[in-house]
Design a protein around this ligand. Structure first.
Ligand SMILES: *[C@@H]1O[C@H](CO)[C@@H](O)[C@H](O)[C@H]1NC(C)=O
Ligand SMILES: *[C@@H]1O[C@H](CO)[C@@H](O)[C@H](O)[C@H]1NC(C)=O
Ligand SMILES: *[C@@H]1O[C@H](CO)[C@@H](O)[C@H](O)[C@H]1NC(C)=O
Ligand SMILES: *[C@@H]1O[C@H](CO)[C@@H](O)[C@H](O)[C@H]1NC(C)=O
Length: 667
């Protein structure tokens, strides 16, 4: 489709120019977005921030007022250097601002407070110390165009609730709405880190303020109040912080990290004056181009074959299926998930996979979940997404990561899984690779054995246990997650495909995919994922767990090179299998059992797919019910085409064929 469109654009010069102009237009639109991320403050960050005379960066934080004793009756401001706008003339801008601050009292009582501010005029007003919190001074009250969320540590106006409250200030330090933190168990002047997240929603014209301490996200905002910022700000505005100390009542006001994300919401701006010529021109050109594209697409669509139309009908049918199926996981709103993950804040990132990024999120009552945000440029299309939701949503096994819900909105594809506190297996088995590599003793042989059995049970369930056969297609250490008791949970069904069990052909799916090092040799020829390629990857995973090594593609001093299979097989040939076992496995582990499992792993990695044991047979070996398969001392060579009977031949001709087809069907 994209190719055809390109062709069309190239052939028509006028349209090319229009597209070009539209692109310029959309660049202008982009300028209104502001994204700020300071996980901490480094000295070089001073170049992108504006400081008032008394403010600076020290100890990895913004010191909004000086961090020295006796800085009495003073104020300060730190603002981000780039301004932004609350609308682009067409859409209104919403934002989420999340920061960690720390107020250290130096006197008792302490004073005065810290505020997050949005303002048209960046300079710090003179004489804005004391009760003015650097927001305004006595003469600019009511006239300075500024909106602030104050964290007030002093009752300095009769209107102030107490000396520990959050307030929303509009052109004044007498708040339009305020909430005390005393009944929330929070003390602003407690000297500890406090995290605040402000959600400004332009569509609802509302601000929600969430304040909490430590890891546990507060369940609900401390303060929600109607606020239409667009009423106050039409031009450039600056965002940042201000703070002040009082006379003989001082504190250190610092901000330790800050994330700010703005995004446009399709709120129509009714105010006609904001439409200048540029926007009218832009809208006209956008509509002309859109119309042209629509006409072309319509013509092409009409030409599409009947088959195509059937497929599309099928698509929406699947979508309806998700919505109607009673077993389907919960559907979430994008807004809920943005809130849960603090707008996909990088501080909540758990990991990055082939298809997107996974964030930690908190839903409602401290219900911690993992949210997978499928990246827009991944090949994971809507169809795959729906397939994943319908197929995986119906799978229930104690060794599979449970899919809780999904969201498909505004071009965002999101999946919500249960949260696995111990993270992924690769963190534990490969040593010295990541800084946060875990304690060597964590993975005892008992736990490793249990993990292998868990993965095998999950795979047996996928291959043989459920209504439709599911191929996982991407079994690897980083896709094995662990719950609190270190039970394995197979996750990331990003590549999973459902295969109808009643299909008469091979149980395979086309499209070559997977992770190098885990891919069976035949898949490079067939380009197919099969039950046997899953078993191969499982064999590799077993070897990794027992040897504590990556599958290959990297040479080491001791001659371990390229393939973990070759290396283990060679050590088996020269009868030194004990040397491949991870030295961190305790000595009192059952060596006989380890050897049996190594044999099983090698047979799962047999170059000939028909020789690999099905998962249910592997499980019998794992539980000790069956002897491990015989493994040739020399690794057999990979032959192409693979020798093995065709499944369609049937199973009555000979015993050998019976076995082979049993392997194929996995029964
Ligand atoms: C308030 O601040 C403005 C701007 O800095 C300044 O011109 C004015 O003099 C200040 N007012 C008082 C009372 O200090
Ligand atoms: C505090 O500062 C204000 C101006 O910022 C000044 O007018 C006032 O006299 C100061 N008070 C004391 C006690 O220093
Ligand atoms: C808050 O902390 C400060 C300093 O530790 C203390 O003086 C004050 O009493 C505390 N306030 C409350 C309400 O606990
Ligand atoms: C502030 O402290 C100084 C020195 O201790 C004292 O002289 C002054 O009166 C105090 N000011 C106020 C307003 O308490």
């Amino acid at each position: 489709m994209a190719y055809e469109c390109n062709n069309f654009f190239v052939s028509s010069r006028a349209v090319r120019i229009l597209v070009f102009l539209t692109l310029i237009g959309s660049c202008i639109v982009q300028v209104n977005c502001l994204n700020i991320s300071f996980p901490s403050f480094k000295p070089e960050d001073r170049n992108v921030l504006n400081f008032s005379a008394n403010s600076y960066i020290a100890f990895g934080a913004l010191q909004v007022t000086p961090d020295v004793n006796g800085a009495s009756n003073t104020s300060g401001r730190v603002l981000y250097g780039q301004p932004f706008r609350l609308s682009n003339g067409l859409l209104k801008t919403s934002f989420i601002s999340s920061f960690v601050f720390n107020i250290q009292p130096q006197t008792s009582p302490t004073g005065e407070g810290l505020a997050f501010i949005l303002t048209e005029s960046p300079p710090l007003p003179e004489n804005s110390g004391g009760q003015w919190i650097g927001i305004i001074n006595s003469s600019t009250t009511g006239s300075s165009n500024i909106v602030a969320v104050e964290f007030d540590t002093r009752k300095s106006f009769p209107e102030d609730l107490d000396d520990n409250h959050v307030g929303i200030d509009v052109r004044s330090t007498v708040s339009i709405a305020q909430a005390s933190l005393n009944d929330k168990g929070l003390n602003l002047s407690g000297g500890y880190d406090i995290r605040a997240t402000l959600f400004y929603d332009a569509q609802l014209a509302e601000i929600d303020i969430v304040v909490y301490r430590g890891e546990h996200r507060a369940e609900s905002p401390v303060l929600s109040h109607p606020l239409d910022l667009y009423e106050f700000f039409r031009g450039d505005i600056y965002v940042g912080f201000s703070a002040s100390t009082g006379v003989n009542a001082t504190q250190l006001n610092c901000v330790k990290s800050w994330n700010f994300t703005s995004y446009e919401k399709s709120v129509q701006i009714s105010d006609k004056t904001s439409f200048n010529h540029l926007w009218i021109w832009l809208m006209v050109s956008v509509s002309v181009v859109t119309l042209l594209i629509l006409v072309i697409l319509f013509i092409r669509y009409k030409k599409r074959s009947h088959k195509r139309r059937l497929m599309e009908a099928d698509d929406s049918e699947v979508e309806l299926k998700i919505l109607n199926s009673s077993t389907a996981p919960q559907k979430f709103r994008l807004k809920e998930l943005r809130f849960a993950t603090e707008n996909f804040n990088s501080m909540n990132k758990l990991g990055k996979g082939g298809f997107g990024t996974v964030y930690k999120g908190v839903l409602g009552d401290n219900n911690v979940v993992a949210v997978k945000r499928i990246s827009k440029n991944s090949s994971h299309g809507k169809k795959d997404f729906i397939a994943e939701v319908t197929s995986i949503g119906n799978l229930h096994h104690k060794n599979l990561v449970k899919l809780i819900g999904w969201c498909y909105e505004s071009n965002e594809l999101l999946l919500v899984y249960e949260f696995m506190p111990n993270g992924s297996l690769d963190k534990f088995i490969f040593r010295n690779e990541t800084a946060e590599s875990e304690d060597d003793k964590t993975l005892t042989w008992g736990r490793r054995h249990n993990i292998i059995i868990g993965v095998a049970q999950a795979l047996d369930y996928l291959h043989n246990g459920c209504q439709n056969r599911v191929l996982h297609r991407d079994i690897k250490a980083s896709n094995i997650l662990m719950d609190l008791e270190f039970n394995a949970r197979l996750g990331d069904f990003g590549l999973a495909r459902v295969v109808q069990l009643n299909e008469n052909t091979h149980h395979s799916t086309k499209e070559i995919a997977g992770t190098p090092g885990y891919m069976a040799p035949e898949s490079f020829h067939t380009g197919r994922a099969t039950v046997e390629t899953d078993i191969y990857a499982f064999g590799i995973l077993m070897l990794e767990i027992m040897c504590g090594r990556r599958p290959g593609h990297r040479c080491e001093a001791n001659g371990y090179c390229n393939s973990i299979v070759d290396w283990v097989w060679e050590n088996y040939r020269i009868n030194s299998l004990a040397s491949v076992v991870d030295s961190r496995i305790n000595e009192d582990a059952d060596m006989e059992q380890i050897k049996n499992l190594l044999m099983l792993a090698l047979s799962c990695c047999h170059p000939n797919p028909y020789e690999r044991p099905p998962m249910n047979a592997a499980l019998q070996v794992l539980s000790g019910e069956a002897e491990p398969p015989e493994v040739a001392v020399e690794k057999p060579a990979f032959m192409w085409p693979v020798f093995g009977p065709l499944r369609e031949v049937g199973c009555s001709l000979s015993g050998a064929q019976f076995t082979a087809s049993a392997v194929l069907s996995g029964r």
